[in-house]
Design a protein around this ligand. Sequence first.
Ligand SMILES: [Zn+2]
Length: 481
Amino acid sequence: MGIKIYNTLTRQKEDFVPIDDDEVKFYACGPTVYNFIHIGNGRTFMMADVMRRYLEYSGYKVKFVMNVTDIDDKIINQAIKDKMEFSDVSQMYTEAYFEDIAKLGLRMPDAAPRVTEHLDAIINLIQTLILKGFAYESKGSVYYNVEKFSGYGKLSGKNTDDLVSGARVEVDETKRNPLDFVLWKAAKPGEPSWDSLWGKGRPGWHIECSAMCMTHLGDQIDIHVGGADLVFPHHENEIAQSEGATGHQFVKYWMHCGFLNVNDEKMSKSTGNFWLLRDVLKRFRPEVVRLFFLQKHYASPLNFSEDLLRDAENAHKRIEGIFNKVQQALELKDNLGSVGRDAYHADVEEFNKNLDRWEKEVVEAMNDDFNTAAAMGKIFEIFSGLNKIASTKKLNDFTLYVLKRARDLILEWNEFLGILHLSRPEGLSKKYEQLIDLLIEIRMEVRKKKDFAMSDKIRDRLTEIGILLEDGPDGTTWKLK
Ligand SMILES: [Zn+2]
């Protein structure tokens, strides 16, 4: 059974068949960089990363693009509030965003395009839409003429008549129709702006994703992911823009991550019911946060609270403890040698048989619209079984073989789940860790003697072999690259 995806566009689960055999083209809407990202953003971005990794695990080559919205009303307002340049605000929060997602164990996208670096592509796309009759200029701004696009509403299931009657009566004489949305905003005094065919201005939010997606992935892509709040109007408008310009289908599979509530309420800054990802990561290890997210299907709403995270922390402690016990047993096997069949053999045999089933079931769960909740359920079962076996004192060759088999499977799945090993490099044995600590100590000594050439050499050579030293106020720490 191959991968199935629930497609928001068709409202059903479909077999995943990429447009192009060579490469899966995958786009995710990224952050608007006016603040640190919150825990809800963190969930959406992480689940997109899990999907990307699982596709690769399944043998697909994936090109993953995630934009950064670095010009927007929110950024301008934040800059005014902080008496800063808008570009300094966006630069600062872009860096913070990359820091946060790296800490959560996400891989960098293959491209992370920024709006301010794609003005030409955006302007060209708007011009195409004007030439094709889908957009019109009005007082230095450009609007999309929603009436012209017959497919409008197909993603969200909204129909334009209902939308018009439901629309608030806007006093906006520049638009022909209340549903029309802005592609290019005429410059207001004091605001950042760029030259265009329609005078100075800046792009609207929706057009940027169409333009950057098409620039980096082409006119037709396989998967487009975003939060459920983006279905309308953002993604509906992306379809209108891209399909209006090219005349053919833009995205084959639209996927949406569920809402994240905090303490059973909508997350809101004003009520204090609000968590930044970085604040959560100060209190909980990244693996714990990941485990917490993975225990729910990406499309389901998820309730977040400190207590629930504490539960995930306990669950994580348990599986990590079992995993370490298994590792230890495998490391010690040379000393033990074969001790023959023992009383636990029947248990081990049964576990091994169950492992055949679990191995299939984990993959089936992930294939079923990336159902990490079901996959984690199976993995917890494996850990329970492992706990029993790894506790036995007599480990014969067969037991060791089964332990190794389970360990290797877990490590294989960890490639897309990332629930072990993120914040501590346990892939190394204790001796290696001691060796690195010794090198750090020697480096401290040579620095005291002001031999900075030697100190740098030690750091650089370690970097070359994939061990990064980080000098901080509390001394030097290290991590694996
Ligand atoms: Zn977008």
